[in-house]
Design a protein around this ligand. Structure first.
Ligand SMILES: O=P(O)(O)OC[C@H](O)CO
Length: 826
C-alpha cells in the first residue's frame, strides 16, 4: 500500500509543473490564492463586497438578535414532533451490500414503516393507561420487561464463571508464561524459583486485568436504570424514534441463537445508553458493551458495569501488551460462546467532526478470530446509527482548536446531566442496518484479498504474508461496515439546515429561501435513498432546527424583507455548525471530490472568456480523484473494498450529466460501451490479449453556463475545508526553519497560522481549522514519503529533511499540488 502510494505520488511529481505561487521573498510560501468574488444570478457564491481586493471575509460582529425566548423554548420542548404519526413508504435504508452479501440484499426496497416514538409508551401499546398516571405506568412497564439470562458474569456463578474460562484458556496461560519468562530473562541466576515467582505475579496481573474488564450485568439494575434513563430521555428529547421493521429484524437475529455484534457509529456518550434502552424496551437482550477506560469514574463505572459495560484500554499494542490482549480476546470470545451479544465502536472514539471516522479493526479481529477458530459457529453483524438533532455533549470545539480533552469525572457527569435537563435536544433516533452473517462478509472480503495477492504474484511483485492478508481483510471489513452505515444514516433537521447555510448561504438568506432549499435537498436525499429524521413542512422543520441550534450559532431576525437567517461566522460557531453539516458529507463526498478535480483541471481562461464548454481528460480526472482519496484517507472512507474508483467516477459523471454540468455526448456513450467491453475482455481473456488493448482517453465536456458553474461551486465547497487544512499543513513545513519538530508544537504553529490567515481573508473556511485533520495530514504525508514521523517516549517528532533532502522537495511538490485544488479561479 505504502509503495503504491509513493509510486503514485512519484508519478505526479515527475509530470508536475510548478505553480506560480512558489516561495516568496522572505522564503515563506504563499499558502492560498484567494477566490474572485464572482457574483452569480442565484447567489450561490457567497460574497462580501465590502472586503478589500475581493477577499472573502467572514468576521462578523457579535449579533444577539435571536428571536426565541424562554417561553418558546418550553413550548418547543414539550411539542411532540409529528414524525411518528406518518405512515408512509420509506426507503428501507441500511441494506446489505449486494456484492459482498448477495444472499441478503434486497436492493432499494421501500417498506411501509410507521416510525415509532418509544417515549410514548401508550402509543406503542407497551402498557395501558391506568388511573395512577404515567409515572406508575412507566414503572409497571419496566418491571414487566422480560428478565434476560446473563449466566457467565464474573462473581455470579461461583467456580464455573467466565473468569475461570479465561484463566484456563490456553492462549492466556501461554501469554502468562511468555511474559514471566521475558521478565526474568535478565536474571537467570536464581533459576526456577525466580520464574515461579514471576508466574505468580503475572497470574495476579491477569486476575487484576479480568476484574477491570469484566462486566457484571444484572437484570434488576437494567430495569431500574432503564426506567430512570427512560424518564431522563423523556425530559431531554421530544422523541426517541425507531423503525419497527428494523427492530423485528434485530429480534429475529437475536433469537437465532448466534451472538449478535452491534457496531454503532459513535457520536455521543448517549449512544450506549440509547441502544441498551431501545433493545430492552423491545424485550431484546442487550449486549455487553466495550467501554473505554476513561469511563471508569467513581460510581458511574460500577453502574455501567451492572449494565453490561466491560472496560478496555484505549490503545493496546498487541505485541508489547501480550498478556492484556490475550485476556481481553479470551474474555470476549468466551462471552460470545456463553450467550452474550457484544457491542463496540469501530471508530474507537466519538467523532469530533460529525462525519464518521476511519475505523480501527482491533476488536473486530477478535470476533473474526473467534469465528476462524470455531469458538463461535458464526455471528450476526448489525451496524447501528444513533442520530441526534443536538448532542448532549454540546460541542467538540475546544478539542478541534487544540485544547486537551476534559477528563471524565463524576462531577463533570453530574454537571452535564444538570445542564442537559435545563435544555432540550429535539429528536433522537436509533437505526439498525439489516443484520447479516459475519461469515458472509469475511469470506467475500477474504476472496478479494486473495485475488489481490494473486495479481501481485502474476505481476512478479512481492506477495503479502498470510498475517498481512488477514490484517488487510479485517481492516477492509471494518471499513465496509462503517462506510455502509454512514451512507445509510438518516439526516436530522439540524444537519440539513447547517449544511445548506454553510454551503450556500454563509451571508444569510430569508427563511422562505432556506425552506425552498430544504425541500430540494429532501428530494435529492430521497432520490439517493436516504432517509430523513424529520417530517412536516420545510418551514416548520427549519424553525425547529434553528430553535435547537440557538443564537450562538445562527442569527434569526426580523427584517423589512421578512425573516432572515444567517450563520454566525466566528471560528467556534463555524466548527460547531460544520459538526452538524458534516453528517451530509457521506451523501456529497464523491461529487465534491470530482468537482474539486474539475476546477483544478479547467484552465484559467475558462472562467473569463465566453466559451461554452471546456474539455477535460478522464484519465487526468481519475488520477486526481485518486490523489485526493489517498490524501484524505485518514479522514474518510471513500470507497467500499468491493467497489472501484472507476465506478465511483462513472457514477458521479452520470449524475453530473443529469444536472447538465457535463454535457451529454454521443461519443461518450460509444466510449463507455467500448470501455465496458474491454473490461469484460479483461476478465475473460488471457494476458497477451489484455496487453494488446490500449485504452483511449475520454474527454468530458464541462458546461460553463451559470447554473452548471454554481452547482460545481456548491459541490466543491463541501470538501473544501478539508483541502484547505491539508494545504495549510503542507505549506507549514516549507516555512519550517528546523529539520524536525514535535507534533504538538507543530500543530500549534499550524493552528496559529490558520487563525492569522483567516483573519487576513486568505483562508476561506473557518471550519477548516481542525486538529483532527491536521494530525491526519501528517499521516498522509508520511504515506506519500514527504514526511517522517518518529515516536519516542510517547512524543511524536516530524521530520521533513532527511540527509538527501528529498523529503523536503517532496513536501514542496505536495504543497504546490494541493494548492492547485484549493486555489480559486479568476
Ligand atoms: O470520545 P472519547 O475519546 O471520549 O471516547 C469515548 C468512548 O466511548 C470511550 O469509551
Amino acid at each position: 500500500m505504502v509503495e503504491a502510494l509513493s509510486t503514485g505520488f512519484q508519478n505526479l511529481y515527475n509530470k508536475y509543473t510548478r505553480s506560480e505561487n512558489g516561495p516568496q521573498d522572505d522564503g515563506r510560501c504563499e499558502i492560498y490564492i484567494v477566490p474572485p468574488n464572482k457574483k452569480s444570478a442565484n447567489t450561490v457564491v457567497l460574497v462580501d463586497n465590502n472586503t478589500p481586493q475581493g477577499f472573502q471575509r467572514y468576521r462578523p460582529k457579535a449579533r444577539r438578535s435571536f428571536e426565541f425566548d424562554v417561553k418558546q423554548l418550553c413550548i418547543s420542548k414539550h411539542l411532540k414532533w409529528q414524525i411518528m404519526r406518518q405512515s408512509r413508504l420509506r426507503t428501507s435504508t441500511g441494506q446489505c451490500c449486494p456484492i459482498c452479501i448477495p444472499n441478503m440484499a434486497n436492493g432499494n426496497e421501500r417498506v411501509v414503516s410507521n416510525l415509532r416514538n418509544l417515549l410514548d409508551i401508550y402509543n406503542i401499546k407497551a402498557v395501558k393507561k391506568s388511573m395512577f398516571g404515567c409515572f406508575v405506568d412507566d414503572l409497571k412497564f419496566f418491571y414487566q420487561l422480560k428478565s434476560q439470562e446473563y449466566k457467565y458474569i464474573y462473581d455470579e456463578v461461583g467456580t464455573h464463571d467466565i473468569a475461570q474460562y479465561v484463566l484456563e484458556d490456553e492462549v492466556v496461560v501461554k501469554a502468562i508464561s511468555t511474559v514471566a519468562r521475558n521478565a526474568c530473562a535478565d536474571d537467570l541466576t536464581d533459576g526456577d524459583s525466580r520464574f515461579d515467582e514471576e508466574m505468580k505475579t503475572q497470574q495476579a496481573n491477569t486476575r487484576c486485568i479480568l476484574t477491570v474488564i469484566s462486566a457484571n450485568a444484572k437484570n434488576w439494575v437494567y430495569k431500574v436504570i432503564g426506567w430512570f434513563t427512560y424518564r431522563m430521555v423523556s425530559l431531554l428529547a421530544t422523541s426517541l424514534v425507531v423503525q419497527p421493521a428494523q427492530i423485528e429484524r434485530v429480534r429475529e437475529a437475536e433469537q437465532s441463537g448466534l451472538p449478535v455484534i452491534y457496531l454503532p457509529l459513535h457520536k455521543s456518550h448517549m449512544d450506549y445508553i440509547l441502544l441498551g434502552l431501545v433493545l430492552m424496551m423491545n424485550n431484546i437482550k442487550p449486549p455487553l458493551v466495550a467501554a473505554g477506560e476513561n469511563l471508569r469514574v467513581f460510581f458511574i463505572s460500577k453502574l455501567l458495569s451492572f449494565l453490561g459495560a466491560f472496560y478496555i484500554k484505549r490503545q493496546v499494542d498487541t505485541k508489547k501488551d501480550q498478556l492484556y490482549w490475550s485476556v481481553l480476546s479470551s474474555y470476549i470470545k468466551n462471552s460470545m460462546k456463553n450467550g452474550h451479544h457484544i457491542e463496540f465502536f469501530l471508530e474507537g472514539a466519538r467523532t469530533r467532526s460529525g462525519k464518521c471516522c476511519v475505523p480501527k479493526a482491533g476488536l473486530l479481529s477478535i470476533i473474526v478470530d473467534a469465528y476462524r477458530e470455531k469458538v463461535i459457529e458464526d455471528a450476526w453483524i448489525i451496524p447501528v446509527s444513533m442520530n441526534y438533532d443536538r448532542i448532549l455533549e454540546g460541542n467538540f470545539v475546544r478539542e478541534q482548536l487544540g485544547q486537551p480533552k476534559k477528563k471524565e469525572t463524576f462531577f463533570v457527569a453530574i454537571w452535564t446531566f444538570i445542564k442537559a435537563i435545563c435544555s432540550h435536544y429535539g429528536i433522537m433516533r436509533v437505526d439498525f442496518n439489516k443484520p447479516y452473517r459475519l461469515r458472509d462478509l469475511y469470506e467475500s472480503i477474504d476472496k478479494l484479498t486473495q485475488l489481490e495477492n494473486e495479481s501481485l504474484s502474476k505481476n512478479g511483485m512481492e506477495v503479502m504474508s498470510p498475517t498481512i492478508c488477514y490484517k488487510n481483510t479485517v481492516d477492509r471489513m471494518a471499513k465496509h461496515i462503517v462506510y455502509d452505515c454512514w451512507k445509510s444514516t438518516p439526516i436530522m433537521s439540524t444537519h440539513a439546515v447547517c449544511f445548506i447555510l454553510l454551503n450556500k448561504y454563509r451571508n444569510g438568506t430569508t427563511l422562505e429561501q432556506l425552506a425552498k432549499d430544504l425541500s430540494i435537498l429532501r428530494d435529492k436525499l430521497s432520490q439517493g435513498d436516504r432517509d430523513v429524521g424529520f417530517s412536516g413542512k420545510s418551514i416548520e422543520v427549519i424553525k425547529h432546527a434553528l430553535d435547537l441550534l440557538g443564537p450562538k450559532l445562527v442569527v434569526y431576525e426580523n427584517t423589512d424583507n421578512g425573516h432572515f437567517v444567517k450563520p454566525i461566522l466566528d471560528v467556534s460557531a463555524l466548527i460547531e455548525l460544520s459538526y452538524y453539516a458534516n453528517n451530509l458529507i457521506s451523501h456529497f463526498m464523491h461529487k465534491s471530490i470530482v468537482a474539486l478535480t474539475i476546477f483544478k483541471l479547467v484552465s484559467q481562461e475558462f472562467w473569463n472568456t465566453s466559451i461554452t464548454e471546456k474539455k477535460i481528460s478522464r484519465k487526468e480526472l481519475v488520477e486526481d480523484v485518486l490523489f485526493l482519496f489517498n490524501l484524505l484517507q485518514f479522514d474518510f472512507v471513500f470507497i467500499k473494498p468491493c467497489d472501484s474508483l472507476d465506478n465511483i467516477v462513472e457514477g458521479v459523471i452520470r449524475s453530473f450529466e443529469e444536472e447538465d454540468i457535463i454535457l451529454i455526448d454521443n461519443m461518450l456513450e460509444e466510449e463507455r460501451r467500448s470501455r465496458n467491453m474491454a473490461k469484460h475482455l479483461d476478465y475473460d481473456s488471457d494476458d497477451d490479449y489484455q496487453q494488446s488493448y490500449v485504452e483511449v482517453d475520454t474527454q468530458y465536456r464541462v458546461n460553463t453556463n451559470v447554473s452548471s458553474l454554481n452547482n460545481l461551486k456548491f459541490y466543491r465547497s463541501v470538501m473544501m475545508p478539508y483541502l484547505e487544512c491539508m494545504a495549510e499543513s503542507a505549506g507549514s513545513f516549507l516555512a519550517l526553519s528546523e529539520s524536525s519538530v514535535t507534533e504538538r508544537e507543530h500543530i500549534q504553529t499550524i493552528l496559529n497560522q490558520m487563525h492569522e490567515n483567516l483573519e487576513e481573508g486568505i483562508l476561506s473556511y473557518g471550519e477548516s481549522i481542525s486538529v483532527d485533520t491536521i494530525k491526519h495530514s501528517f499521516l498522509a504525508f508520511e504515506k506519500f514519503n514527504c514526511l517522517q514521523i518518529t515516536t519516542k517516549d510517547n512524543i511524536k517528532t516530524l521530520c521533513v529533511n532527511n540527509q538527501s533532502s528529498e523529503l523536503n522537495e517532496g513536501m514542496q511538490v505536495m504543497s504546490e499540488y494541493i494548492e492547485e485544488f484549493v486555489k480559486q479561479i479568476n
